[in-house]
Every structure is written in structure tokens, then in C-alpha cells.
Design a protein around this ligand. Structure first.
Ligand code: TTP
Ligand code: MG
Ligand code: MG
Length: 438
């Protein structure tokens, strides 16, 4: 791995040369596009957004349009979907009625949208992101978050250099430009990507964040739309700086859970993780008891029944999970989770149950519980799930039996077949809690 240079000297976005001084242009290629920041090599959350997306795709596919003002829109609603940056200079904006846009820019070339094409191009760019990390969370057709923490060893480069190369690669291979925001959390990465458009790359560090935010309008905060901003305005709050001076209690008293968000985000505290691609992270089922219980005898049938529920959902979705997670909540609402990774992903109730049981047995010490849950995470499609176990003949037999039971249940309903674990053992002790897929 190349040693990192002084982050305040940074490197060149065009030729990637690390700079040895604070000059305004790259000492190698003369480009003014230098990236420098005290936290340059420590930040790892990126937000990428394509520039004037639909219009840029059309310009790419028809070079004659390159320097002309282009508007993508029309269609049923008669509004602008996107305007290229040339048209924007004339005052054309997204969501503007078409007739107004043409008043502002009469010589614009108007193209009706080709959604199929934009979706395809968006997917290709997303794939290029996934080449960098599996931690890609798409937000819309042309943008996504990437979490590059821990990828330095893989790429032999820190995230900021990986992202600079990525934006160059998108230009070269896709003929499109993107803007990148790099920060320590999603909130500021998203703000950053919008800061220097088009072909932008901006970096917002943790240390500068409170000051950076202080003069910004409250609408910059996630979840503060026009309506909520009007409420805040009535209370005399316009800037994020004002929120920074308010106590958590006061904000929560005035705005409920939103108050908590205002408190945290205004101070640059954003603990949301980058969540890859709409895939569910876990499939689980849980139940809360009417009376707290603490013996294996009472807990086992419930665990079995919940395992079957989880298994049914996995089978229905054709997915399998590799980590079994047991969740217990004790009387005093203390939550315990225990997990165990399997050798291969499973969707079998039998394996989920047995793994859960092994975890549960260790927790039986007289504590009484108010809730038990079981689930699996590390989800994948079921291709590699539950290979027939050549060593454990009993496990194979049980897997075959389970398939037979599934078939019967498919025909006659879930209660048609009860296993010895549940038969007659679950009384009206539990109240159902909605299954949870998160
Ligand atoms: P945006 O990323 O919001 O906008 P953009 O890519 O056109 O421009 P920018 O450089 O500012 O990012 O939206 C992405 C695409 O989504 C955009 O090209 C067209 C579509 N879109 C609409 O159809 N209607 C809208 O009101 C907006 C905002 C976007
Ligand atoms: Mg965009
Ligand atoms: Mg966008």
C-alpha cells in the first residue's frame, strides 16, 4: 500500500498524483481539481449522484446535443423531468411546467423520457459501485450511498481515492458524470454530493460539521419538508444553528421523536448505517408472553413454533440465512441476543430450531423472560442452502421429513401437521406479535 501523503496537500482528481505542496494546480498534470482536507484519508461514507441524469444520458447518445440546452419532459404531466446544466442557466428547473420552461428557454431541445434506458444505465452504474463494496444503498435511479469502511486493504487505497477513480471510470466507461460527497455519515455525505455539482467532489469532515451546518436552513435536515419547516418557522426556528442551541428535552417536548432527530442531525450526529439494496437483513419471528416464563419446558415448544414460522417465510421467499439469532427479553426489559453462524445457509425449521435451542439452553438460569424471538440473518438466495449432510445421517433424515411435512402443510394448511415439540404444548400463553422482516 502506498504511504499516504499529507491530507492537506491531497491528490489530483484527474491523474491521482499525491501532491507534495499546497500549490493550486497539480504538480504532475496541471489540473486545478485537487482534493485536500484534514480528514481526507479518514472518511468512508460516500454519496454519489449523477449529474442531470436523464439529460446527460440523451446527450451522450446524441453528441449533436452536447452544447445545446436539453430538457427531458413533456409526457402526461407536462412538466420538466430534468434539465441539462445549459438549460438550467436559463432558469429551467425540474418539475417546472413545460410551457414555463419553454418561455425561459425557447430554443431548448425537448426529449420525451425513455425510462427503460435510464433504468438500465442506472443499474450499470450501480453495478460499478458494487465492484467497490457490497455496502451500496440505492436511494433513487441515479444515486446511492456507499460505505467503504474497511475496504482499504482490498483496494490498496483509501476511500477518497477509490471514489475519485470511480467518478473517472464512470466518465470513461459510461460517458456520464457524477458528483460525489464524502463524509463520516450519511447525512453529510448526501449534503456534500450536492455542493459542487456537476462533476463535483466535496468532502465534509467531522470536526467542521457543527460550524458548517450552523447557518444552513432547517430544510437541509432529513425529514424536514415544507410543512414541518413552516411549523419550525412559526416557532422562530429557521437555521440549524438555532437547533444546535436547544436542549434535547425541549426539542422532544415540542416535536416528539422528530425533535430527537433535529437534536442529533443539527449536531452532525447520524448513526444510520448504509443498508445495502432493499434486501432484508434478517427474517425473524418473536412472541411476547402473557406471563413471564423461564423454563426450557415452557420455552421449547414456542421456540419450535417460531422456528417453523421463520422457515416458512424463508422458503416462500426462496432465501436462506447463515446466522441464527436468538432474542430474549427479560422481565426488566433487558434485551439479550445470542447468535451462532452455521457452516452453510439454512432455511430448515429443524436447523434453525436446534441452533436456537443450543443458544437458549445456555441462558436458562432462573431468569424469567417476557419475550422470545428467533431469526436468521446473513441472507442469501437458497442455492447453497442446506447441502445434504453426509456426516450427520440424522440431520439428513430430518431434512427429508421436513420437506414431506412442508408438502402436507402446503396441501392442508400450517396446522395440519404438528411436530412432537409443539403438539398440544402451546397454550394461550402467548399473544402474537407481527412477524418482523427488517
Ligand atoms: P436528480 O438527481 O434530483 O436530478 P438530476 O440528476 O436531473 O440533476 P442533478 O445534477 O441536480 O442531480 O434526479 C435524477 C433524475 O430523476 C432526473 O434526471 C430526472 C428524474 N427526476 C424527475 O423525473 N422529476 C423530478 O422532479 C426530479 C427532481 C428528478
Ligand atoms: Mg442527479
Ligand atoms: Mg438524484
Amino acid at each position: 500500500m502506498a504511504p499516504l501523503n499529507d491530507p492537506e496537500f491531497g491528490f489530483c482528481r484527474d491523474c491521482l498524483t499525491a501532491q507534495a505542496s499546497a500549490g493550486r494546480r497539480c504538480q504532475q498534470c496541471g489540473s486545478p481539481r485537487l482534493l485536500r482536507h484534514p480528514e481526507l484519508y479518514r472518511l468512508s461514507i460516500a454519496h454519489v449522484d449523477c449529474d442531470a441524469f436523464y439529460a446527460s444520458v440523451e446527450k451522450r447518445d446524441n453528441p449533436e446535443l452536447r452544447n445545446k440546452p436539453v430538457i427531458i419532459g413533456g409526457g402526461k404531466r407536462g412538466v420538466v423531468s430534468t434539465a441539462c446544466y445549459v438549460a438550467r442557466i436559463h432558469g429551467v428547473k425540474s418539475a417546472m411546467p413545460m410551457f414555463k420552461a419553454l418561455e425561459a428557454c425557447p430554443h431548448a431541445v425537448v426529449i420525451s423520457p425513455n425510462m427503460e434506458k435510464y433504468v438500465r444505465v442506472g443499474r450499470e452504474i450501480r453495478q460499478m459501485m458494487r465492484d467497490l463494496t457490497p455496502q451500496v444503498e440505492p436511494l433513487s435511479i441515479d444515486e446511492a450511498f456507499l460505505d467503504l469502511s474497511g475496504t482499504q486493504r482490498l483496494h490498496h487505497d483509501p476511500p477518497v481515492r477509490v471514489m475519485a477513480q470511480f467518478s473517472n471510470r464512470v466518465e470513461k466507461e459510461m460517458g456520464l458524470s457524477v458528483s460525489v460527497g464524502l463524509s463520516y455519515c450519511k447525512f453529510l455525505a448526501k449534503i456534500a454530493s450536492d455542493f459542487d455539482k456537476p462533476r463535483g467532489f466535496s468532502v465534509i469532515g467531522e470536526a467542521e460539521t457543527p460550524r458548517f451546518l450552523s447557518d444552513k436552513p432547517v430544510t437541509m435536515i432529513w425529514g424536514v419538508g415544507k410543512v414541518f419547516a413552516a411549523t419550525l418557522e412559526r416557532d422562530g426556528i429557521r437555521t440549524i444553528g438555532q437547533l444546535q442551541t436547544m436542549e434535547l428535552g425541549a426539542l422532544m417536548a415540542a416535536y416528539g421523536t422528530m425533535g430527537q432527530r433535529l437534536y442529533q442531525l443539527s449536531r452532525g450526529i447520524d448513526t444510520r448505517r448504509v443498508e445495502p439494496d432493499g434486501e432484508s437483513k434478517s427474517v425473524s419471528a418473536e412472541t411476547t408472553f402473557n406471563e413471564d416464563i423461564g423454563t426450557l419446558e415452557e420455552l421449547v415448544p414456542i421456540l419450535r413454533s417460531l422456528s417453523e414460522k421463520v422457515s416458512r417465510r424463508l422458503k416462500a421467499a426462496d432465501i436462506a440465512g447463515r446466522t441464527v439469532v436468538l432474542k430474549l427479553k427479560s422481565r426488566d426489559f433487558k434485551l439479550k441476543t445470542r447468535n451462532r453462524q452455521l457452516a452453510d445457509p439454512t432455511q430448515l425449521a429443524d436447523r434453525i430450531f436446534r441452533t436456537g435451542l443450543a443458544l437458549l439452553e445456555k441462558e436458562i438460569d432462573g431468569t424469567r423472560f417476557r419475550l422470545i424471538g428467533i431469526g436468521v440473518s446473513d441472507l442469501s438466495d437458497d442455492g447453497r442452502a442446506d447441502p445434504l449432510d453426509l456426516v450427520d445421517v440424522q440431520a439428513t433424515k430430518r431434512a427429508v421429513a421436513e420437506t414431506a411435512i412442508d408438502k402436507l402443510r402446503g396441501k392442508f394448511g400450517n396446522n395440519a401437521v404438528e411436530t412432537g415439540y409443539t403438539f398440544g404444548k402451546i397454550r394461550q400463553r402467548t399473544r402474537p406479535v407481527p412477524d418482523e422482516i427488517d
